[in-house]
Design a protein around this ligand. Structure first.
Ligand SMILES: *[C@@H]1O[C@H](CO)[C@@H](O)[C@H](O)[C@H]1NC(C)=O
Length: 209
């Protein structure tokens, strides 16, 4: 008898808890912590919190890198909060490139929708893994490693990229080196590049100093 009561008590506890942890739609007005954003009140959650529209349209590639990333991360798609995943669209015009970069908080998987994309990453041991990908091909970029994507053909290319984090983070190497106010002398010392090259790259990428 006691065992049966215990079983029902357990069942009740679990059913209550299960409902409480189904989802945690981000309250974007509050600061995010390492575990993500705090949740909005469950009664205020709407279907559209779990829907993102906009990846069907090519991003604007009229820019320096001739590339566009349309993110569907937690900031754009609050229903992703706490679920450990996100998605984005990548468009590359002919000559387009996503320069060498890392996502500190996520591995990435890329699926080519159309066109030809040459992509690669560099391991901690500085081994190079590069491949030219075509429609339907998938490549994975392990978390934290430097990687890039370029248009390998003469026509526009596009891909869907997915991450195992609602907020994968992004650091672009060129901007880290030449897009800020780190003194040119220190950039030269740490990169072994000459003054003219550093000044030129700072000019292109918006750096000063
Ligand atoms: C694309 O971006 C460029 C540069 O910012 C801008 O001049 C152009 O109007 C944009 N095109 C569209 C279709 O939004």
């Amino acid at each position: 008898m006691l065992q049966i009561l215990f079983f029902f008590a357990l069942l009740f506890t679990f059913s209550k808890n299960a409902a409480a942890i189904d989802f945690c739609v981000a309250n974007l007005k509050r600061p995010a912590g390492p575990a993500g954003y705090p949740c909005i009140t469950p009664t205020k959650v709407r279907t559209n919190d779990f829907v993102f529209t906009g990846l069907g349209v090519a991003g604007n590639t009229t820019n320096l890198i001739k590339a566009a990333v349309t993110p569907s991360f937690v900031a754009q798609f609050p229903g992703l909060n706490g679920l450990g995943l996100s998605i984005a669209r990548l468009d590359l015009a002919p000559g387009g490139v996503v320069p060498m970069h890392t996502h500190p908080a996520a591995s990435e998987i890329l699926y080519v929708l159309h066109g030809k994309i040459t992509a690669g990453f560099i391991s901690s041991a500085n081994s190079v893994y590069v491949k030219t990908l075509f429609k339907g091909d998938v490549m994975v970029f392990p978390q934290g490693l430097l990687h890039f994507q370029t248009n390998g053909g003469g026509k526009p290319a596009s891909a869907v990229v997915s991450f195992n984090n609602p907020d994968p983070g992004l650091q672009i190497l060129d901007f880290a080196l030449f897009g800020n106010n780190l003194a040119s002398s220190l950039v030269e010392q740490t990169t072994f590049l000459d003054d003219a090259t550093v000044k030129k790259l700072k000019g292109i990428l918006g750096g000063t100093g």
